[in-house]
Each structure stands twice: as structure tokens, then as C-alpha cells.
Design a protein around this ligand. Structure first.
Ligand SMILES: [Zn+2]
Length: 540
């Protein structure tokens, strides 16, 4: 198939007396390192694809268009394939894994077409970002990594796990840590006000720290205080993010937006109204979302009241062991179980004392033990010293779709880097991005494919103020994915998650091929990104 060429058009226009300058780089003399030919090229803006060639030299995209006359050390035939900016995950727990030699390649991420991930979400992760950067670069990384300053960790460093508001001294100490993180190139502040110790913070504290973030042009992303009706309610918790964005004058993101549990199903409409109204008033609000109807968290976070978590895990376990204290907590644990839709909607994800229980429902484990769900929960928390991971089936497809169709909604994973074959993790760690494109856009047509791509490329780059990523055009960094739309698939499931996603044929990270004809190259060409553009490579 030979397509209509721009060259012919240029000659025609010159013949007609028009002054047309050819693209600077698309000259016959110049030679690119890589030319991806004849693909369906998505520029990341959400516009439908065009048929074009993409030339890459060094770490940059040097030309997009008809490049038949340009020389190249390597030509990749992408006829019938889709070419897009590398995908960006704005919420992942992969930071810890990427800093280990064993997982630093990030293969489950690369297989999804990801070239950049933002770490330290939900208010958790490293406080010392310089040390974190060093750890990430020590053995090299397969993907680019952007850092956030985690509010919960900052608070813990200053105030421990104390359930009290911050005083002026605490606040100043926290301001200092946030400032330091932003100076290290972080993209903003993350919070997890649902989790201890973030849950102990009044919103005024977050506003103050948000202001520090704002001095550096950073943003605020929050796992909101309540995605259900635990405390202030879903709507009240969304209002908190709007409040921080408004008062601190920074962009606000409701991360992994959802209506969690039967009591708030359908509330997506109210959340959307709130965000639309805030935007109409000039408050810059966004959301991100992972394309699954189940979440993952810890058993304790889901079911144990926060009051019982003050002082940390040991203090919590002590309370649960005390008969009288447990009796007093029982009605609240029962409430929380109901919020999650019952023990049948909770699946054990990690349980070190007995890995045979991983993948089983809490209701089935309770039955086998001859206990009720609450006593089973308490027993398992004791046996695992508080560390029990769960998958929680708590979302409605209609809410998911309604959020997904909003123009201010980005795709994220909320996944992590798990060792292949270990535990029964949430499949989002392996499949979020292919699933968004294949399941929700291609098959179910909830959004057009080009919009799905925009939600993981140009949109996050715009929201996070990345200057040279997220779009596929001349001058941008060469983070490029080439995929087969028909074959794209998230293979991992909730009961059998350990499978790499399929459909990505080529992946280029900072100009280097990381997947070549479907095979990993171990290029390890990722960088730690800097909000100000001073990105760091290994050895820098
Ligand atoms: Zn979260």
C-alpha cells in the first residue's frame, strides 16, 4: 500500500509559487538512528491517528511525516501497527521494586507500553528523595521514574503515628521536608488521608504543605480520606481535594477515583458534578483511574477503625488481643465489612503464614475455620503481624464507565512491581494500560482508542507539567510505543494474575529500544525525571 505523499504536495505548492520549506530534519542527507515506518501515529492529543513515519536520533524524535528520503540505521516496519507516545502511569507502587537489582528492569511495566511511572503515591514512600534517586539509579532502571513527596511519610518522620493535629513546630518541620523534596525535583505532594498517619491530619495541614508545593509549580494528588462512607463520605472527601487545590492554588487530583461499596454506588454523578463545578470556578481539578472493578489494600486498612491504629501496628494488635477493646471495636469492624459489601467480596492477596490462603475469599476462610468474618479477620491479622493484603471487589461498572468518559480523567494502575509467581496480586500490576485500550476502548467502546491513549500520554504530561514527554512530535523525548491493537491484551486475571500483557511489539525509552520485535532488550535506559528538566541517568 503506497500512500499519498507530502513530497508531491510540496512540489505542487512550489510550482504554484508558494514558499514551502521542507521539515528541517527530513532531508536526504540526514540519517536517523531509527525510523518507524507507516504506522498509525497517535500524537497524544487525543486526535485520531495519521499514517506517518517517525524518526529518532539520540534521545529525541527528530521528524514525523513522510520520511521515505531520510536515511536510517534501522527501519521498523509498523504497517498495521499503532504508534503512540510511551504510556505514563501517574500512580504506581513500583518504586520499591525498581530500586532492587532483581526488578529494576520493570518488565511487567514495559510489556504494558509504559515508559514513565510516578512513584511515592498515597502519601507513602521515601522522604529523602535524593537517596531514593540514588537507589533507583544504582543498577539502572528500565523505565523513567518521577518522584512525589509523600505527606504520610513526612508526617510520620516529624510526628510519628500520633493521632493529633500538627502544631506550628510540626508544621514548620514538615514544610521543610516538603521544600527539600521539591528542590530535589519532585512533581508535587501525594497524600493518603484514608490511611494512618495521613488520616490524623486536618485538611488545613495539607493546605499549608500544598502551598509549599505550589511555590515550585507542583501539584497535589490524594488517595482521598473516604471513598465510601467511612468518615466524611465520598463527596466530602472529594471536596477536601478541591479545597486544597483552591486554597493552595495548585492542581488537585483525586487519584484512583471510585465509588467504593454498595452504599455509594451511583455517586460518580455527584463526584463529576463537584469537579465540573470546581473547574467552572477556576480550580484545576483532575482524576486518575485504573480500569478494574476491584481495588487492593490491606485487610487492616479496609476493616479496622483508624482509632484502633494510633501508635502503629503493634499497638493495633495489642488492642485486638484485648477482649474488652475488641468487643468495643466489633460493631465498627462489622460496619466496615458491610461497607465493602461483605466477606464474600474480599479476597486474600498476601498472607505470609499460609500462602495457601492467598487467592481465597475471606468468607470461605471463615467457614473453614468455623469462625465469623470478624474473628477470622482478627486472627489473620495476629498471625501475619498485621500484614495481610487483600483484593476488594467493590465497584460498579456504570460508575467506572462514567468516570472514564470525563475529559479530565487519566489512566493509572495503582499497581506495583511484584515478583513473577509470588502471591496473588491484583492483575492491574500487569495489565492496566493494555486493558484500558483493549477492553474499555477497542471492545466495549466506552471511549475511543485515541482518547484512551490521550489519557495515558498527552493528558498526564500536561497535568504533571512534563515539558518534553507525552506527545509524539519533533523535538520531544523519544519515548515511543508500537503496538498491535487487535492483539493487545491484559492476560492476568484476579485468580491467575502472573502474566505479562501482550500486544506491544516495540518500545523505545529515551531513544533506546527496550522491546524489539516483542522481545526485551534489557536496555535499562530509564531516567529519574526532574520537574525542572534536569533528568538523571545512571552514573550521573
Ligand atoms: Zn491509594
Amino acid at each position: 500500500m503506497k500512500r499519498f505523499t507530502l513530497k508531491g504536495l510540496s512540489l505542487l505548492l512550489i510550482g504554484a509559487g508558494a514558499l514551502v520549506s521542507a521539515p528541517i530534519h527530513a532531508s536526504a542527507q540526514e540519517k536517523a538512528e531509527i525510523i518507524i515506518e507507516n504506522g498509525f501515529v497517535h500524537d497524544g492529543t487525543g486526535a485520531p491517528w495519521i499514517v506517518a513515519d517517525v524518526a529518532i536520533s539520540g534521545d529525541r524524535i527528530v521528524a514525523v511525516g513522510n520520511l521515505d528520503d531520510m536515511g536510517a540505521a534501522r527501519r521498523i516496519d509498523a504497517e498495521g501497527l499503532h504508534v503512540a507516545p510511551g504510556f505514563i502511569d501517574v500512580h504506581t507502587h513500583a518504586g520499591e521494586g525498581l530500586a532492587t537489582k532483581e526488578l529494576s528492569h520493570g518488565e511487567p511495566l514495559l510489556a504494558q507500553g509504559l515508559t514513565t511511572v510516578m512513584i511515592n503515591p498515597d502519601g507513602g514512600g521515601a522522604v529523602d528523595l535524593a537517596a531514593q534517586r540514588e537507589a533507583l539509579l544504582k543498577d539502572g532502571i528500565g523505565v523513567n521514574v518521577g518522584l512525589m513527596v509523600p505527606h504520610g511519610s513526612v508526617r510520620r518522620e516529624v510526628m510519628g503515628d500520633e493521632d493529633r493535629p500538627a502544631d506550628e513546630d510540626d508544621l514548620n518541620a514538615m514544610r521543610e521536608l516538603v521544600r527539600k523534596g521539591m528542590e530535589e525535583g519532585a512533581f508535587g505532594l501525594s497524600s493518603g488521608l484514608f490511611y494512618a498517619p495521613g488520616s490524623f491530619a486536618e485538611i488545613a495541614e495539607v493546605v499549608e504543605l500544598g502551598k509549599v508545593t505550589g511555590e515550585f509549580g507542583g501539584l497535589y494528588t490524594s488517595h482521598i480520606r473516604d471513598e465510601s462512607d467511612y468518615s466524611i463520605g465520598l463527596i466530602g472527601a472529594v471536596d477536601e481535594v478541591i479545597h486544597v487545590a483552591r486554597e493552595a492554588r495548585i492542581p488537585g487530583i483525586v487519584t484512583h477515583v471510585k465509588a467504593l461499596g454498595p452504599r455509594v454506588w451511583g455517586f460518580s454523578e455527584a463526584v463529576i458534578q463537584r469537579i465540573e463545578r470546581a473547574r467552572a470556578e477556576g480550580v484545576e481539578m483532575w482524576v486518575d483511574q485504573y480500569p478494574y472493578d476491584a481495588s487492593a489494600t490491606r485487610l487492616s486498612s479496609a476493616l479496622i477503625p483508624r482509632k484502633a491504629m494510633a501508635g502503629g501496628t503493634e499497638a493495633m494488635l495489642k488492642r485486638l488481643t484485648d477482649e474488652a477493646e475488641l468487643e468495643a471495636l466489633r460493631p465498627q469492624i462489622a460496619e466496615n465489612l458491610d461497607r465493602r459489601g461483605g466477606a464474600d467480596r474480599i479476597q486474600i492477596r498476601t498472607f505470609a503464614p499460609d500462602t495457601d490462603l492467598e487467592g481465597k475469599r475471606l468468607s470461605d476462610i471463615a467457614k473453614a475455620r468455623g469462625l465469623d468474618a470478624i474473628d477470622t479477620t482478627v486472627a489473620m491479622l495476629r498471625e501475619a503481624e498485621g500484614d495481610v493484603g487483600i483484593v476488594s471487589y467493590n465497584m460498579l461498572e456504570s460508575d467506572i464507565a462514567r468516570f472514564m468518559q470525563q475529559p479530565w480523567r487519566m489512566t493509572s494502575s495503582d499497581g506495583g512491581l511484584v515478583k513473577m509467581g509470588e502471591g496473588v496480586p491484583h492483575p492491574r500490576s500487569y495489565g492496566s494500560f493494555p486493558r484500558m485500550i483493549a477492553h474499555y476502548a477497542r471492545d466495549r467502546k466506552v471511549v475511543p482508542v485515541s482518547k484512551a491513549i490521550h489519557s495515558m500520554t498527552g493528558l498526564p504530561a500536561t497535568v504533571y507539567r512534563m515539558k518534553d514527554r507525552g506527545f509524539l512530535r519533533e523535538g520531544m523525548v523519544a519515548d515511543v510505543v508500537v503496538f498491535n491493537l487487535a492483539q493487545m491484551k491484559d492476560v492476568g486475571t484476579f485468580t491467575d494474575p502472573h502474566h505479562l500483557a501482550e500486544g506491544v511489539d516495540y518500545l523505545i525509552v529515551n531513544g533506546r529500544l527496550s522491546i524489539d520485535d516483542g522481545a526485551f532488550t534489557n536496555a535499562m535506559s530509564g531516567r529519574v525525571l526532574d520537574r525542572n528538566g534536569a533528568d538523571k541517568k545512571r552514573g550521573e
